[in-house]
Design a protein around this ligand. Structure first.
Ligand SMILES: [Zn+2]
Length: 635
């Protein structure tokens, strides 16, 4: 029903199945007012809408609309054959105090054939007290439970409330996550959007995501301005709705990915959508009101869908953080939200893939707070053991560092390069993202300060390590072979954990190097392939013997995916592991890690690339969990 296809940051491209077809997320649903369709659902589809959302309460209150919907169905009423989501009128109740029966309105949505119907939740105001909100979420959860019993074949949306209190949002999400519910709007964000309280919105998304099972689709309800979309997707939102396209159009305001502009203030419009190609701002100003509103609404939709495409493309190429950082400088309130994000790196790191297609691109001081950099710093302290006693720190020169600095390495030196990522041991120079990164000549002062501090801490840490270890102290020039054997061990330690290098590369080692690039291709021990090194990111892929050795070395359940007995014969033949067959997994595993596939008795069944982290593997029941590289047939 819902499965991850591509991912970056905590964002994901998923397919979502409904009875009216499948949707690729992140997706935006334009809001359709059944009373006033300035743009018909068919026109909306042409602009890029895969799915639309309308209000079942409005239909219910209008005898004429209600009759058509009840007799012919919602899709016929709207003349739209794609998926339709319905809202329950919670917002009308919040604004005007409308009285609605929580169970009746869900049954009504079910009966008119809504693809996703929404519970009638209580929207807490941003100024409500903690205790009031607490009581309101208790009631919302109670209604969700009641509604799930009558949902029938309709997918049910259980809205997460809790106002601006992250603790309440998380509690509400955790309770909703346990119910038989299919979809989770994050509600009550409209007033926050209007006040541009993006940092509160970021806090709310993060708290809700922390409480929900990762396999549930998340919908940021009422946040249709393109400005917020990249950040919200990067934090894990899958669905959005937009009434903004029409609301702003009525107000003669044009939406852009970088903000909003009043029609009256635009002299030249750089947009090249079909509307703006045909009409200049002056033409739009001279139009009849309805025609103008229609055209601005179309422009607003084009801009919003263009931003959705940009976001999905950024996920595919692994540059979503970069897009978020670029957008953040267009609005000071988004910069406030970035401060919130920066404080959540520990949580974000779990969803961050271990390498990306695209180089690490610096955009400013937030770049060095990306989860990938946080992970590197953690592992540097936890996993790197210096190969020699004398520590030498050198400035960054050409990349890869070893090309320039390898000649300075002797048996008694550990060479650290002072890089924009902080200290980088020379052996790691080809690992993602060190040689695949772009920085300006001069870094911002915050990053410089951070790196200086990190370098001092790391040097102190190495001194402590040296005190506890016996390390050779001969000052001999190191030849290419010696250097490479150091390198493969250090990379393996960083990738798989402490001591993995020694365990993998034991025996008579033969390192195969590309004659053209000088890069390591594969490592053999006693004539068996242990691992090959990927040229694109300098990380290891396990060979068959490598799998055996790593399995023997690492304690259970480190770097393991434990699968159901039923799936064993298939994986042994090299078939992929579907999430539903995963019984448990190592906490250490991150998306795109090379992992060991084992049985519940810890027999090695295969190796492969894991696509999900542990929480996701245990939560998703559809889609692939591990792309199997090789199966280990029974002996
Ligand atoms: Zn336009």
């Amino acid at each position: 029903m819902f499965e991850i296809k591509k991912r970056d940051a905590a964002g994901r491209i998923c397919t979502f199945q409904t009875t009216h077809g499948s949707v690729t997320t992140p997706a935006l649903m334009p809001v359709v007012n059944p009373h006033q369709m300035l743009l018909s659902p068919r026109e909306l589809r042409k602009t890029g809408a895969q799915m639309i959302i309308t209000n079942s309460y409005i239909i219910h209150q209008d005898p004429r609309l209600r009759e058509v919907a009840q007799k012919k169905g919602l899709h016929c009423l709207l003349d739209f054959d794609g998926p339709v989501m319905t809202d329950s009128g919670s917002f009308q109740s919040y604004l005007y105090g409308s009285k609605i029966d929580p169970v009746e309105i869900v049954k009504f949505q079910r009966d008119i054939g809504s693809d996703i119907g929404t519970i009638f939740d209580i929207i807490s105001s941003p100024t409500a007290s903690f205790t009031t909100c607490q009581a309101e979420i208790t009631e919302t959860v109670r209604r969700a439970q009641e509604s799930s019993a009558v949902k029938g074949d309709m997918l049910l949306a259980g809205t997460i409330q809790g106002s601006i209190y992250p603790r309440l949002r998380q509690t509400c999400a955790r309770k909703m996550g346990k119910l038989d519910i299919d979809f989770h709007p994050i509600g009550g964000v409209v007033p926050l959007m209007e006040m541009q309280r993006y940092s509160d919105i970021a806090r709310i998304i993060i708290a809700s995501k922390k409480g929900l099972p990762p396999s549930r689709p998340v919908h940021l309800f009422g946040a249709g301005h393109p400005l917020i979309l990249p950040l919200a997707v990067a934090l894990g939102c899958d669905f959005f709705d937009s009434s903004a396209y029409i609301k702003y159009a009525k107000d003669q305001r044009l939406l852009f990915s970088t903000g909003t502009k009043k029609l009256g203030e635009i002299e030249e419009n750089p947009c090249s959508c079909s509307v703006c190609q045909r009409y200049s701002p002056q033409d739009l100003r001279e139009m009849e009101t309805e025609e103008r509103t229609r055209n601005i609404a179309l422009h607003n939709l084009y801009q919003t869908f263009a931003e959705m495409k940009r976001i999905r493309e950024a996920i595919r190429e692994g540059s979503l953080w970069e897009l978020v950082e670029r957008r953040s400088v267009t609005n000071p309130s988004l910069l406030d939200a970035m401060e919130v994000v920066q404080g959540e790196t520990h949580w974000l790191e779990k969803s961050e893939p271990i390498s990306k297609k695209r180089a690490f691109f610096y955009t400013g001081r937030y770049s060095l707070h990306r989860p990938l950099v946080y992970r590197y710093h953690q592992r540097l302290f936890q996993r790197y053991i210096p190969p020699a006693k004398k520590i030498r720190v050198v400035p960054e020169e050409k990349k890869p560092y070893s090309k320039y600095y390898q000649k300075y390495v002797t048996t008694n030196t550990t060479l650290l390069v002072s890089s924009p990522f902080g200290p980088v041991p020379i052996e790691l120079d080809e690992m993602y993202p060190f040689s695949q990164s772009l920085f300006p000549q001069k870094l911002d002062s915050e990053t410089q300060e951070m790196n200086k501090r990190l370098e001092q801490q790391f040097l102190a840490h190495l001194q402590t390590l040296m005190g506890n270890q016996k390390i050779s102290a001969k000052k001999e020039k190191i030849d290419a072979t010696n250097y490479q054997s150091r390198k493969i061990k250090k990379v393996a330690d960083m990738q798989f954990g402490n001591g993995a290098g020694d365990a993998l590369f034991e025996g008579e080692i033969n390192i195969l190097v590309s004659p053209r690039t000088g890069k390591i291709r594969g490592v053999y021990a006693d004539n068996q392939l242990i691992a090959s090194m990927r040229a694109s990111d300098g990380l290891f892929i396990l060979g068959k013997e490598g799998g055996f050795r790593l399995h023997k070395h690492l304690d259970f359940p480190d770097m393991r995916i434990i699968i159901d007995d039923e799936a064993i014969p298939f994986v042994q033949q090299g078939r992929n592991v579907f999430s539903k067959f995963v019984i448990d997994a190592s906490e250490l595993v991150r998306p795109l890690d090379e992992v060991l596939i084992v049985s519940t008795k810890d027999d090695l069944i295969g190796t492969g690339t894991c696509l999900l982290n542990r929480e996701e593997l245990l939560s998703f029941t559809t889609g692939m969990g591990v792309k199997t590289r090789q199966g280990y047939p029974p002996e």
